[in-house]
Design a protein around this ligand. Sequence first.
Ligand code: PMP
Length: 333
Amino acid sequence: MVVSGFSGAVGNTPLIELRQLSRELGRRVLGKAEFLNPGGSVKDRAAKGIVDAAEARGALQSGGTIVEGTAGNTGIALALVANERGYKSVIVVPDDQSREKIDLLRAYGSDVRVVPAVAFTNPENYYHVARQIAEETPGAFWANQFENIANRRAHEATTGPEIWEQTGGRIDAFVAAAGTGGTIAGVASALKTRRESILTVLCDPMGSALYNYVNNGEFKPEGESDLEGIGIKRLTANFEGAPVDRAIRATDTQAIGMAHWLVEHEGIFVGGSSGLNVVGAATIARGLPASSTVVTILCDGGARYLSRMFNDVWMRENNFAKRQTLTAILGSP
Ligand code: PMP
């Protein structure tokens, strides 16, 4: 099958059975291989959806500029969609993100502005800087992935239905973390519409406020995390009203341990948020009847983190153990 350009190649990713993990758990754990999108992450879908919607309502004109503040993957995806369609891109990135993502943005010809990683309440936060640049640049469009629900709609229209089709409706639970909330909200909506009883679970990293928000309505972050692209300390339009049944959480040690376990035992090379998602999926799977099916998201590839969690020096300096057994990662059932 021939597809049309970058945008045509977005989506329709494989749903990979994690065979060794599934065997050990006695339950099927499936990972939606979003790292195989043409821009290398789950954010390709959101970027395409956001730009399609902006074009449809006339917010982006020929030769215009797409502006976004992003931890990396959304910027990478937007820069590529911009190149494909003849727009310029300005991407504002906080300086705590991996070097690899910033280098990729520069390679794509994007105008990259690296700003200090400060709290959302600070006007210098990348989110506010991006909005300001968009306001000051003629012909600019601010993608605003957190509040623009074209993000969530892209997952409701594509990722969710693909998972339903690929499993033939044989799915008991869906588990994922949230960065903007677009993926989990969109996929959960699509699945619940098809069968209300599918269990939908947020797996939150430490330091995010959503775990407490989902379970007891209180916006309270606890602990901290270095995982990139996930965790939210405020309610975003994309997460608001997401049909999520409950929330669990996992530590960076578990997520990073799982990312290493996945490449060693499954040959699947993915980043820390994917590791966290698989920890969440395995945790939920262990509580379900034997032979149940749990689906999660493999968000981006491990090559984006070669200088961090796949670097021995970084791992030692940050006190993470590289080789761990599944039981050590997941804890006792
Ligand atoms: N993992 C990574 C590596 C990401 O960049 C993102 C996007 N911020 C996510 C997970 C979460 O996706 P979403 O924004 O749809 O919640």
